[in-house]
Write a protein that binds this ligand. Structure first.
Ligand code: ASP
Length: 321
């Protein structure tokens, strides 16, 4: 384990590889969580980091590491992506995911899919096996099946805790009370730098509890929830997606680095702490630059997050004291 503060120092030597992940941001406080729950989340983050690290250490690509880390979190019911996806107002699970690689700016995404077990793999298939960037709904599902991805019955995504969150959200809506941001959203994401110096970023989510009308958030939108360029950085976002779309958060951080010559840390702090906060949005991002500098910036109470380098790793949920 290590401390975040160490990562604030600009790196003088580039690590051989690096990986940073998140499992969603929101009103996550120590008071609301039992020690067992905390341990389970930390273990989920840790296994995703180890899965990505083993890809990178063996010479795999940043994209493969992002896929490995995200698939583990999609399969873990604790996180709002894949198996743990939240419910829509109609009691369905509609999933969004995206991926981008920094060496050629290739990208892929899927939105509002209901039968693809691992939406991040569908986003990768869109990037690698089609001439498009984004596919949604039934078309995306057909494309995934044609490309051999695992298709599940929509009931696969049922979890009791997410179902209960939907019932609570509906009660609060009826009482016109503000919904609790902790149960309302969540997302998973990963950004990796491989031994060849390539950066990749990916994001996968069930979106926001009680969403309607085929609402799609920032997660599958390239430039909002995900961006990667070898020239600057890779970014994956989590939070109230509408705000992230309106600010083009992931691309805004890239653009401040590219055109304004900002560091990753300064660009992320400006976009999250100033711009997102001023607009009234909550959430955060994880990212890394081509030198392996890592950032985990959020304006919410907490964010499930962690990073791993060849010789160190870090996981945390709450704000640091
Ligand atoms: N950004 C996601 C969305 O708006 C949710 C989240 O990350 O909490 O769909």
């Amino acid at each position: 384990m290590d401390t975040k503060s160490e990562m604030k120092e600009e790196k003088s030597s580039k690590p051989e590889y690096a990986l940073v992940i998140h499992g969603g941001a929101g009103t996550i406080t120590r008071a609301d969580m039992t020690a067992d729950q905390e341990a389970a989340y930390l273990a989920g983050l840790d296994s995703a980091l180890e899965a990505g690290k083993s890809v990178l250490a063996n010479g795999g690509t940043a994209l493969e590491a992002v896929e490995a880390a995200i698939v583990l979190m999609e399969d873990n019911p604790l996180f709002n992506a894949g198996k743990g996806a939240v419910f829509t107002n109609e009691g369905k699970n509609e999933l969004d995911a995206s991926v981008m690689q920094g060496q050629d700016l290739m990208a892929g995404s899927v939105g509002s899919v209901t039968t693809i077990k691992n939406p991040i793999r569908a986003a990768i298939a869109v990037m690698q096996k089609s001439e498009h960037v984004m596919m949604i709904g039934a078309g995306a599902e057909k494309f995934a099946a044609l490309n051999g991805l695992e298709i599940v019955d929509p009931t696969y995504f049922y979890t009791e805790s997410r179902w209960n969150s939907l019932q609570k959200a509906k009660e609060k809506e009826a009482e016109k009370e503000k919904q609790d941001a902790a149960t309302r959203h969540g997302t998973v994401g990963a950004v990796a730098l491989d031994k060849s110096g390539n950066i990749a970023a990916g994001t996968s989510t069930g979106g926001m509890t009680n969403k309607r009308f085929n609402r799609i958030g920032d997660a599958p939108i390239i430039g909002a929830g995900t961006y990667a360029s070898n020239e600057t950085c890779g970014i994956s976002a989590t939070g109230h997606g509408e705000y992230f779309i309106r600010l083009g958060v992931a691309h805004a951080i890239h653009a401040q680095m590219k055109y304004g010559k900002s560091s990753l840390a300064d660009a992320a702090a400006d976009v999250i702490q100033k711009q997102l906060t001023a607009l009234g949005g909550d959430g955060g991002i994880i990212g890394l630059d081509k030198k392996g500098n890592i950032v985990m910036e959020f304006n919410s109470e907490g964010m499930y997050r962690g990073w791993i380098l060849p010789d160190k790793k870090y996981t945390e949920i709450f704000k640091e004291d």
